[in-house]
Design a protein around this ligand. Structure first.
Ligand SMILES: [Zn+2]
Length: 222
């Protein structure tokens, strides 16, 4: 592990999906046993950040009890416009997560890529969606996760302007804990505990860390 860096993991749905999944979502849905095995291998490691995207009902049904049992906390990025839809979290679910010590973050209003949206649409995604969640949990929402990992300089500037303190992407690799931009690693249905070694290897000297950094700098500044 490179000193001072942590690994952020992104989970989506857990268990048997009860709704028809969108294209690409299938690969991100993992079995309950696989989820428990991954949690077991990160328990006790303070260099791992656990996050959940999309506000699936499995956040409360599968994730919350398993995290609680292991004394782990996580950030749940919720899509505000889906609150209360079948098979997604409702306001009670979000409050249950918050009460259990979990952090609630914003994943926008309609789950669409933020890059390229006009001002009004971006306001809805970043400002209105944040307010919906703040009203539900009664505390400020300070973190956002970009749907589909889509961001650019304009999106980041607006996120800062809206008062977000940290923004979570899908850029893979490790992250520095205090940074505004937090790279994350999506867990897919083929991933097991060896995933962590792969991520750490991304920052080993043999891997072209410089090339990766240059690529991410382009994403931030385009
Ligand atoms: Zn998402």
């Amino acid at each position: 592990m490179v000193l001072g860096r942590s690994i952020n993991l992104t989970f989506h749905g857990i268990g048997e999906p009860e709704r028809r999944l969108d294209a690409g979502e299938q690969a991100l849905w993992i079995r309950h046993e696989q989820f428990l095995a991954l949690l077991d291998c990160v328990t006790g490691r303070d260099d791992i950040g656990i996050t959940f995207d999309d506000g699936n009902a499995s956040d409360v049904e599968h994730a919350l009890p398993a995290l609680h049992e292991r004394g782990l906390t996580a950030t749940f990025f919720v899509v505000s416009g889906r609150l209360g839809s079948p098979h997604f979290l409702d306001e009670d679910g979000v409050r249950a997560l918050a009460r259990a010590g979990m952090e609630i973050g914003c994943h926008g209003m309609r789950h669409r890529p933020w890059r390229g949206l006009d001002r009004q649409a971006l306001d809805e995604e970043l400002v209105d969606a944040k307010m919906v969640l703040e009203r539900a949990v009664g505390r400020p929402i300070m973190r956002a996760a970009c749907p589909f990992g889509s961001y650019d300089r304009r999106v980041l500037r607006m996120l800062r302007g809206c008062g977000y303190e940290q923004v979570y992407t899908s850029d893979r690799g490790t992250a520095r804990s205090g940074d505004f931009l937090q790279a994350r690693n999506s867990i897919g249905h083929g991933d097991g505990p060896s995933l962590l070694e792969h991520i750490e290897a991304l920052h080993s000297p043999i891997h072209s860390a410089l090339g990766r950094r240059a690529k991410l700098a382009v994403k931030r500044w385009r």
